[in-house]
Design a protein around this ligand. Structure first.
Ligand SMILES: [Fe+2]
Length: 244
C-alpha cells in the first residue's frame, strides 16, 4: 500500500473521534455583513459543482521558481541546525472537517471566485530538522465563507517533500459567522508524520480586521501575508512537530 494511503487510513479513525469531541462553533445566523462572509456550513447550499476527485492529477511539476525556493529553504535549514524550534500550537478542529479529501496541492479551479493565494512552508522537528514526507491535509471555506460538506471543494491532502517543504495553491477563504461575530479568514490543516505527534491547527492572516475579536486565534498561528488585497497573495508557515 502506498504510504500516503496507509497513513490516511490509519488516521481516519482518530480524526473522526476528535471531530465528534470538538464543540461546533460555526453557525448560520445573523445578517450578512460582508461581501465575502458566509454561514460556514454549507449543507445543500453549496453542492459541489462538478469537481471529480478521481479525475484530478496532482500538480507535481518542479519549475525554476520552486527550485529556487527549495534552495533558499535548504540554506535556512543549514543555518538552523542545532537550534531549537518551538512546536506549532494546535487549534480547534471545528465542525467542517471531512476525511478522505482528494490527493492534490492545488485546491482552486480556474473559474472559482476569490483572491489567489500561494502558501509555502516546511515541516520541521523541534530540533529544526526537516521531516520527510509529512502528510498535510488542508480544508477551508470558499470565497463566500461556505464549507463544502457535500463534495471536496477547497479540500486536499498531499505529502511534503523529502526535505520537508510544501506548497499549496488556493484562495483566501471568506469569513463566516461564529455566533454573533465573524471568524477571521483562516485555513484548517492537519499534519502527520511517522514518529511525530499529529497536529491539528489553523492558519490566520495578519491583515484581517476580524483577528482581534476571534475566540480561537493564537498569535503564533498568524501568517504575514504579502501581495495586494486583490491578489495574488503569498504567505509561508513552518509546522513544527513534536516527537511521540
Ligand atoms: Fe473554519
Amino acid at each position: 500500500m502506498h504510504p500516503f494511503l496507509f497513513r490516511s487510513a490509519k488516521l481516519v479513525g482518530p480524526w473522526l473521534a476528535a471531530l465528534a469531541m470538538v464543540a461546533c462553533s460555526g453557525t448560520a445566523q445573523g445578517p450578512d455583513l460582508s461581501a465575502n462572509a458566509g454561514s460556514g456550513g454549507s449543507g445543500a447550499s453549496s453542492v459541489e459543482a462538478g469537481l471529480d476527485a478521481d479525475a484530478f492529477t496532482p500538480d507535481t511539476a518542479v519549475d525554476s521558481e520552486a527550485s529556487a525556493m527549495d534552495s533558499a529553504l535548504d540554506q535556512q535549514m543549514d543555518s538552523e541546525a542545532g537550534s531549537s524550534c518551538e512546536p506549532t500550537k494546535g487549534n480547534i478542529l471545528g465542525p467542517y472537517y471531512k476525511p478522505d479529501a482528494p490527493e492534490r496541492d492545488v485546491l482552486v479551479e480556474p473559474a472559482d471566485p476569490g483572491v489567489r493565494l500561494t502558501l509555502t512552508g516546511r515541516v520541521l522537528s523541534t530540533e529544526c530538522a526537516p521531516i520527510s514526507d509529512a502528510l498535510l491535509d488542508f480544508w477551508h471555506a470558499d470565497a463566500a465563507g461556505e464549507y463544502d460538506m457535500v463534495g471536496f471543494r477547497f479540500r486536499g491532502r498531499f505529502l511534503a517533500s523529502a526535505s520537508g517543504t510544501w506548497k499549496l495553491e488556493t484562495i483566501v477563504p471568506g469569513r463566516y459567522l461564529n455566533g454573533g461575530t465573524y471568524r477571521p479568514a483562516h485555513i484548517h490543516v492537519k499534519v502527520d508524520a511517522p514518529g511525530m505527534a499529529p497536529l491539528t491547527t489553523q492558519l490566520y492572516f495578519d491583515d484581517d480586521p476580524f483577528n482581534a475579536n476571534d475566540d480561537f486565534i493564537l498569535p503564533s498561528l498568524i501568517m504575514h501575508v504579502e501581495g495586494p488585497p486583490e491578489g495574488p497573495r503569498t504567505a509561508s508557515f513552518d509546522f513544527v512537530l513534536q516527537r511521540l
